[in-house]
Design a protein around this ligand. Sequence first.
Ligand SMILES: Nc1nc2c(ncn2[C@@H]2O[C@H](COP(=O)(O)OP(=O)(O)OP(=O)(O)O)[C@@H](O)[C@H]2O)c(=O)[nH]1
Ligand SMILES: [Mg+2]
Length: 395
Amino acid sequence: MAIARPVRALGLAAVVMWCFFIWQLFKPTGYSLGPGDNTYITRERDPNLDPTGEPEGVLAYASDEYAPGSAGTARIDATLLALVRNEELDGMLQSMRDLERTWNHKFNYPWTFFNDVPFSAEFKEKTQALTKAECRYELIPKEHWDMPSWINDDLYKESTKILKEQKVQYADMTSYHQMCRWNSGLFYKHPALENMRYYWRVEPNVHFFCDVDYDVFRYMNDNNKTYGFTINLYDSPESIPTLWPETLKFVADHPEHVHENNAMDWLSDKTRRPSHNEKANGYSTCHFWSNFEIADMTFWRSKPYEDYFNHLDRAGGFFYERWGDAPVHSIALGLLEDKNRIHWFRDIGYQHIPFFNCPNSPKCSGCVTGRFTDGENWLHREDCRPNWFKYVGMG
Ligand SMILES: Nc1nc2c(ncn2[C@@H]2O[C@H](COP(=O)(O)OP(=O)(O)OP(=O)(O)O)[C@@H](O)[C@H]2O)c(=O)[nH]1
Ligand SMILES: [Mg+2]
């Protein structure tokens, strides 16, 4: 029986539409770019999809010597460290629960909490109740927190207005600038940390997903590591336009501080995201996302870093721009430290909204293996881990 031509055409159109619909559903996901954004996007395979175990090297496992209390302990001089507000108590409890469950109940490292105002009794009670380890509650001295005397108030107000127009987040929040400066160059000078060498920075409202069975601080010490990170991101170039030019001035003044095995090519890459490099005047903006960091304070206390921080502090960009501790720490590590002493903790499952580090391991639960973000698709372009792997590796 012959089918009328219009019916055939209609049938064909329906088949085409159906195929298009199916393709839309299952097409490979790309990253949608904003208008005019010439971001270089690749589809590298995420190494988090590969089976992940413990790092190579010397590892120390839990034992009776890690019981709470100071007698005969195997713990080294290290602390979990959180700068936090009283109002963020619930978020802090969330982070603590995760980290105690996955790691610290085996090792009982002390927690040190910092605040620019005194901690409330409720904060102290509820945090201490979540751990067998010692908790310390420390007030930041005014001279470490207050805006330094050389910052001109009118210029600060004028500058933050401009930053706000450029949509730089938190630009007009003075405490945010103070927090970034403190995290960059002051926290490790607090008397409470005098005898501490390593710290693991923890923010409220973060998540830890994987059981970690070795002492990460001993790992750092025994394997000669200075800094450990989980996530590498691009920064907002509008928040740091003169950070790189100031850094180059510092390098010109102090060439002796630059490490011979530095990660300059990682810091100055302009192939992957040229627009960021251009706006940040030569810096890729790639940085270790410092809400997670496990580090050796010997580096921050060293002369090269002290000179670098003082140079930046005098330049005023913590206030006239919105320099974050993440790019400041990252540039310093990339220039002044041996890049082989920086470690990717690929085995520590971690989330700070909206990004994850979620490895492929039976020790992890609660995150999706290899998922980088649960936010909008365009957030994938903020991922600059591939650059670290390209220039330095996955060690
Ligand atoms: N005590 C105290 N802690 C602060 C202050 N500002 C920020 N913090 C803490 O500093 C850390 C970083 O601040 P956040 O507001 O999380 O900054 P962020 O991670 O860049 O921003 P989000 O993406 O909104 O989380 C967190 O641990 C905060 O609790 C402050 O004024 N006082
Ligand atoms: Mg945060």
